[in-house]
Design a protein around this ligand. Structure first.
Ligand code: MLC
Ligand code: AMP
Length: 511
């Protein structure tokens, strides 16, 4: 049997070829028949560009129906899809070009030359094409030039469940991004479980406002809709006004907590708009109890919070039927084995805090070309150490209380302090730095740099100048605090907890 995940999707698409797939705010809607055909065209094009099964296709392209077709085409052709954040600078992209050694790199129109120069500097042999009509050999142009008659039926390339379907880069504590290798089985198992647990209905309409370069928007959200071939209102990004306009036509929305706080900040967001919504789902960052409660008071809906990771897809979810409790992420999903353990991997007693470890068919098969890192993060019995701290009550319900890993989550994007500290420490104006996440009403956590200046005080304008073009804007410190020295413990380690608590009110109004 062909275990290519696309075979499962294609089966669903073929049940409803006339069914609407993507409802666009500009442009014509697409049906599932269109997606089936366009994915076949993309797969044929990839083959004509000598992209073989197992080859990586690196993609930094805006959210569009074309990028959805490209993703599906990669699956169908057995290529490994490697999406990266559109906010990354060319300097950051250079790392992924080198690390993933893709056969093809797809970027937005106008960006090809910058990347061709970069690839030449690094002596990386890669075909670089843009997604968009440019009359200069873009992928879209090449697709249009495909000989349509006769279109050979494009088979779905045979894959085993263990073959790679995608690599999702996640930053590492050392500042070097690690590529989480996800298999066709990982995608299939996770999608099928979520459709069932979240009770996906034939008449569901998903409001999709997430980016499609992370697991949340690309896999969790899209796969639920696609496996049932139900429509998605496909917004290019989160814009509160557009979401409010679209809500009356939707039944399910998935978002990061910032989506919910931004909706609540709007006076015109009310229960009437949500009256026929079936489900609001939140994840990728902690949803505060306050947001949960205010949202319920305003709309009557109890947001369903769940917990996942690039490496593991979805692990835990509050129930569709039953108590959704604020501040908790619910119960392990079917097939997910989850334990809360000490630093050396021993399970802790019920109710005690430890680190979440998970095992199951949803868990990735390792970091791309990093066997040592992979070995470090798996226990000998196959459990993956997530680095998230939590406790489990006697009913099996999980509550996340913090993170062991030194990571900030800002608006659902992970930011690793080390990557920023290294660059700040290179500034002649800075002796040393510590980057922390501080509560932020909009982003959940805001990135803050605590620096020891070499002379005069260092400003945000200076850090912006030093970091612009080197790391994405969303990673750059929103505030800089100058201190005479960083607090350290007896081992010489910077006490970030202390810094976080001293500056906890930094982003509060008037602070
Ligand atoms: C944008 N900016 C951010 C930011 N997003 N700053 C901090 N944190 C963020 N997340 C900054 C930009 O750099 C820019 O700054 C300014 O905000 C405007 O940019 P924008 O692109 O117009 O922002 P906006 O559209 O408002 O985006 C905010 C957002 C977006 C929250 C809608 O970040 C978003 O869609 N986040 C979702 C992330 C996500 O999908 N995570 C899933 C990970 S998967 P300046 O200074 O240049 O003006 C995962 C697993 C799981 O975690 O469990 O799901
Ligand atoms: P990513 O590497 O982008 O996939 O982010 C995964 C991380 O997001 C997890 O390890 C958690 O730290 C965090 N996360 C995801 N969902 C939740 C949630 N509901 N509550 C708290 N943290 C979450």
């Amino acid at each position: 049997m062909n275990e290519n995940f696309f075979a499962l999707l294609s089966h669903a698409f073929q049940q409803k070829p006339e069914g609407t797939a993507l409802i666009l705010d500009d442009g014509e809607d697409l049906t599932y028949g269109d997606l089936e055909r366009q994915s076949a065209d993309c797969a044929a094009l990839l083959a004509s560009l000598a992209v073989e099964p197992g080859d990586r296709v690196l993609v930094q392209a805006g959210k569009s129906p074309e990028s959805v077709a490209l993703y599906l085409g990669c699956l169908r052709a057995g290529a490994v899809y490697v999406p990266i954040n559109t906010a990354y600078t060319p300097t950051e992209v250079a790392y992924f070009l080198k690390d993933a050694s893709p056969r093809l790199f797809v970027c937005d129109p106008g960006a090809e030359q910058v990347f061709r120069d970069l690839a030449a500097q690094e002596a990386t042999a890669v075909d670089i094409r843009s997604l968009g009509v440019d009359g200069q050999g873009s992928l879209t142009d090449a697709l249009a030039a495909l000989d349509p008659d006769p279109r050979q039926p494009i088979p779905v390339v045979e894959r085993s469940g263990r073959d790679l379907a995608a690599i999702l880069y996640t930053s590492g504590t050392t500042g070097r991004s690690k590529g989480a290798m996800l298999t066709h089985e990982n995608l299939a198992v996770s999608g099928v479980v979520l459709v069932d647990c979240w009770g996906w209905q034939e008449d569901d309409v998903l409001l999709h406002a997430l980016p499609i370069f992370h697991v949340h928007g690309l896999f969790i959200a899209m796969h639920c809709a696609m496996l049932k071939a139900t429509p998605m209102i496909f917004l290019s990004g989160f814009d509160a006004s557009k979401v409010i306009d679209a809500l009356p036509r939707a039944t399910v929305m998935m978002g990061v907590p910032t989506f919910y706080t931004r909706l609540l900040a709007r006076e015109d967001f009310d229960a009437g708009l949500c009256s026929h919504m079936r489900l609001f789902i939140s994840g990728s960052a902690p949803l505060t109890s306050q947001t949960f409660e205010v949202f319920e008071a305003r709309t009557g809906h109890r947001i369903l919070e769940r917990y996942g990771m690039s490496e593991t897809m979805m692990n835990v979810s509050n129930p569709l039927v039953g108590q959704r409790i604020a501040g908790t992420v619910g119960f392990p999903l079917p097939g997910v084995q989850l334990r809360i353990a000490t630093e050396d991997g021993r399970p802790v007693p019920t109710g005690e805090v430890g680190v979440i470890e998970v095992r199951g068919p949803n868990v990735f098969c390792g970091y791309w070309q990093m066997p040592e890192k992979t070995a470090e993060e798996f226990r000998p019995d196959g459990y993956f150490i997530t680095g998230d701290q939590a406790f489990m009550d006697e009913t099996g319900r999980v509550t996340i209380v913090g993170r062991e890993k030194d990571m900030i989550i800002s608006g659902g994007y992970n930011v690793y302090p080390k990557e920023i500290e290294v660059l700040l420490d290179e500034m002649p104006e800075v002796v040393e730095s510590a980057v922390i996440g501080v509560p932020h009403a909009d982003f959940g956590e805001g990135v803050v740099a605590v620096v020891v200046p070499a002379g005069a005080e260092v400003s945000v304008a200076q850090t912006d100048t030093a970091l612009d073009g080197r790391i994405a804007r969303f990673k750059q410190p929103k505030r800089v605090i100058n201190v005479p020295e960083l607090p350290r413990n007896a081992m010489g380690k910077v006490q970030k907890n202390q810094l976080r608590s001293i500056h906890a009110a930094l982003f509060e109004e008037g602070a």
